[in-house]
Structure formats: C-alpha cells, structure tokens
Write a protein that binds this ligand. Structure first.
Ligand code: MRU
Length: 388
C-alpha cells in the first residue's frame, strides 16, 4: 500500500510535502538551501518535532553536496561553515528539542571526522562526508524509532486493559504525530497504527487542533488514508466524549506526541494537550506521551524552563482551505483565505503548552515505556543511561 511521505530524500535532493495544502493537494517543494528549509519550517509547510529536525539536517546535507562550503579552505573553516548554517536553522522554531538535539549530534559528527595530519582537500571531504552520513542516519533512525514506539505503546496499553481482538480499546489523539510529522509511521499515531494492525483498536478519535488544524487537516487525512476507524471532534468536545466513555465510547487512553520532554517528565506539546490531560485524569482515562529519545531534554529540569513559541494572530482570525463546489465536491485547484474574526481583535496564540508530569501515566520511547517510580517521578535512566 502507498504510504504518506512528508520527506523524500536521496543524496543531493530533498523534497518536502507542503502540509499547508493538505488534504486537498499533494505538492512537494524542492529544498536546496538552509534558507529554503528555514522558511519551510517557520511557515509550517513541514511541522512535527522529528520532521523539523530531519528537514533541517538534510537541507544542509544537500547544500553541502551542492558546494555551499566551497569557500572553506581548511578543516576549521569547514566546521565553522557547518556550525553557522546549523545555528541559523536552529532559530526556525524554538520549542521542539529534536532540532537542537540533531544539531548537537551533527556538530559532533563533523568534529569527529577531523583527522590529524590529513591535508586539504581530503580533510574537508572527510568532514563533509561525515556530516552527510550523520544527517542521513537521523532520517533512517527516526523510522526505526517510530516502529519501536508503536510496538512498545501497543504492548503497554494491551497490558493495562487486557485488550484482545475481542475486547478492543478506543483512543483519543491530538495534533498530528503521524507519517506527516516524522519520517514515517509516526509516534502517538504510530501507536494507533500498531494497535489497529494488531486488531486491538476499536476506534480512534482525533481533535481538530485549533488553530492550525493539524488534527482535522492532517490526522484525519492519515486515518482515512489508512482505513483506521476514526472520528473527528472539535477540541471543545473532548470533555463530553470522556463523560460518555464508560457506557458508550470506552476511551482507554489519550495518546499524544511531544515537542520537548524535560527531566522531570513535564511535556511541551501542541496547545490543547494540557487541558486534555486534566480532563483525562478527571475521567480516569490514561494519558500517554509518545516521544522518541530525540524529543527528551534532560538539561531542562522542569516545564517552567521551556520556551513556548507564539505565532501570528492570523492563525486565529483567518482560515484557508479548498473551495467546495455547489454539489459538495472539492475543487483542489481553488483555495480561499477567509476572515473568521474581527481582524482588529487582540490575539494570544501560543503554539504549545506544558503538561505537568503528574498528569502523565507513561512516556513511551523507542527503548521502552517509562513509568513513574515510587517517588512519582519519571526515571529516564532506563532509556537514556548515557545522558542521565
Ligand atoms: O506545531 P506543530 O504542528 O509542529 O506541533 C506538532 C506537535 O505538537 C506534535 O505533537 C509533536 O511535534 C510531535 S510530532 C511526532
């Protein structure tokens, strides 16, 4: 079966699916420079913590293949060139830690390729090759990570509920954490895919996820594309859904992704995640964060240290979409931008919020599900012993 692919890459060529045009139009942008990648990330044509990091890393790899470091005449200058391009890309979006974790790793890979006594241009070539290999490895590893998160998450939920194909569970997810937010399969949506593939999923609910509508535009699209039984609700309907869950909906868990999980487990994710966690706790529904270890930031101790990106007012006061014909069909060639509020109103538009760790039941990584110890704290030494 065809799969949705946010990022298409072969050495020297990077194409990124324009998610602003989804679900109506499948258009890939060629990304050839760091500037193009910066703009693509900032404008959210690509979004999702892992996908942002992958696009930034590969855009610079493409740029290097195409000779962007040609002025560098020594290993020092080559490394300085790589550093300055990565430092520039790091500013594209501040909250997701995957990008800065990827940048740290890429800088180390470039430095590790410096061989004492090797002359220019061989020394430079070794550094460029190491950078490109490390960037390509980020792409390859992400897919493996997501498959593993899917499996650990499905097993954890199955055990919590003794789920079987005869006794399936339903889940709610927020934002988009699927193939479109990653190199493939997804994190939270990856768990939902795996539950479905194992015959354990009754139904998936996805929130609209205002204001950018990742849920209605992207997650609904992925769920429909894969034939997963699913229903879209607005963000404001979650409480009503949970209220009915015991007798009718049987919601086993809320499963969300993460942009940054800090040392105590506090988690920054798409705006609206926190209120879902509060509602889930109130209704006795498990709340699970699915996050690769590349989304974990052990240097920041609590959620108070996370910088939350604020975005422009137009995301709330205007909306764009494809034109619906009089007969109800969609004309993908015509898009319209529509005002949906008085354009003079003051707007507050934080892109993310922080869910405190005490509202989270498990953080599922590619190395296993992390749960709280007797002290009520998450212990990431289980999955990141080298950085703990
Ligand atoms: O603003 P976005 O669309 O980049 O926000 C995306 C999210 O909040 C996701 O939940 C998170 O990045 C995890 S994606 C696997």
């Amino acid at each position: 079966m065809a799969t949705l692919q946010a990022i298409k890459y072969s050495r020297g060529k990077l194409q990124v699916l324009d998610q602003l045009r989804l679900p109506h139009e499948n258009h890939y942008d060629d990304i050839t420079t760091s500037e193009e990648a910066f703009d693509c990330i900032k404008s959210m044509r690509v979004r999702g913590a892992p996908a942002i990091a992958i696009v930034a890393a590969l855009a610079h790899a493409v740029e290097l293949v195409n000779g962007s470091s040609s002025a560098a005449t020594s290993p020092e200058e080559t490394i300085a060139h790589i550093d300055s391009r990565l430092d520039y890309l790091k500013e594209s979006r501040p909250t997701a830690v995957d990008l800065s974790n990827a940048i740290t790793l890429l800088k180390l890979a470039a430095r590790a390729a410096r061989v004492e006594g090797l002359a220019h241009p061989e020394a430079k070539e070794a550094i460029l090759n190491a950078y490109i290999a490390a960037a390509e490895n980020i792409l390859a590893k992400d897919l493996l990570s997501n498959m593993s998160i899917g499996s650990y998450g499905a097993v954890w939920l199955q055990q919590q509920y003794n789920a079987t194909p005869a006794r399936k569970i339903s889940v709610l997810t927020h934002c988009n954490t699927g193939s479109l937010a990653t190199s493939g399969h997804g994190t939270a949506l990856g768990i939902i895919r795996t539950l479905h593939a194992r015959g354990l999923l009754e139904h998936a609910y996805c929130t609209e996820t205002r204001p950018y509508n990742q849920g209605s535009r992207l997650t609904s699209f992925e769920l429909v594309f894969e034939g997963i039984p699913a229903t879209l609700i607005t963000d404001s309907m979650a409480g009503a859904l949970f209220n009915l869950h015991r007798e009718r909906m049987n919601i086993g868990a809320v499963i969300v992704g993460a942009d940054r999980v800090v040392r105590n487990g506090d988690t920054a994710n798409k705006i609206g995640t926190y209120q879902l966690a509060v509602l889930a706790r109130h209704h006795g529904v498990k709340f699970i964060v699915a996050a690769p270890t590349t989304s974990i930031d052990l240097e920041t101790l609590t959620g108070a240290g996370i910088k939350i990106e604020e975005r422009k007012a137009e995301e709330l006061t205007q909306i764009s979409g494809a034109v619906v014909n009089a007969d109800g069909t969609i004309d993908p060639t015509k898009t319209a931008r529509v005002a949906i509020a008085d354009q003079r109103i003051n707007v507050w538009n934080p892109a993310f919020d922080v869910t405190p760790h005490d509202l989270i039941d498990a953080i599922v990584t590619e190395k296993g599900a992390v749960v709280k110890g007797a002290d009520g704290r998450f212990d990431f030494s289980q999955v990141m012993p080298e950085r703990w």
